[in-house]
Design a protein around this ligand. Sequence first.
Ligand code: SF4
Length: 321
Amino acid sequence: MLSLRGVHQVFPSARGDVPAVAGVDLEVRPGKALCLVGESGCGKTTTARMAAGLADPTAGSVLFRGRDITAMDKKERSGFRRAVQYIHQDPYASLNPVRTVYSTVSAGLRRHRMVADHREARRVTAELLERVDLTPAADFIDKYPHQMSGGQRQRVAIARALAMNPEVIIADESTSMLDVSIRVSLLNTLGRLRDDLGVGFLFITHDLAVAKYFAWEGEIAVMYLGKVVEHGPTPRVVNDPRHPYTRALISAVCEPDPDLARTKERIRLRSADIPDLTALPPGCDFHPRCPLYAPGECDTLRPPLVRGHDRLLACHVAGQG
Ligand code: SF4
């Protein structure tokens, strides 16, 4: 439905070009979640912004239903903007503080003439609020953002996205600023939209535990310094990570069960420092930090992302399952 084909994004800077995203291929399917995980600065948000049409790729293409979004005319582009909705990380900044919930959620409905009049706009807005568990809707519809909690604001942002009957939702760290209990509740709400309405999700997170919870029946793509290094079905990637970077990410997830925590694999990186994007090391980008680093190969040849029998993997050493 939404495809990224070899997308690149290079930002010019005083210190040289910054290759924030370097040749990423992804596919978002109806009713499925694709989680993009990685550390801050790995290119997740830049990739998400290109997928949403908020930034044009420097190279490569973004296709929606097989059509390159940069080649779309005004009408097609408007349809794309409605079909692909973006939910930002910060529920405090993504809502206009001087607009009520009704004004925020119904703005798109009114702009695209999806409702006949004010009465219908309020009715549809109330239905959307109920759908995202802001119940009873009458308690929220005339509130301003400052009168609500972070979790409630994020639900308003989701209701605003749902108002457009989206086919794809791009959620950029949408739960990372929320308390754990609210986060789980919001993930459950998003999961219902995915399962009941068939919305496809591109879910951006630095938290593998969140990816595991939200996309267990979907896929995880792990990004490092602008490239996907491992991509496969979530249970395979989480239960049997192959790339040393994925293994390091998983070993860093807190394990609440002390017995499991004791037996969990601990990955010690050779260095905590992330290479500068303007001066990437030769060979594998991860080699200065990688515990499996093989001199002579890892520091000279860049490993391509190769399809094995159950996943895509970019590593000279880690075996394909
Ligand atoms: Fe580590 Fe070498 Fe694999 Fe890179 S290619 S992740 S340095 S083992």
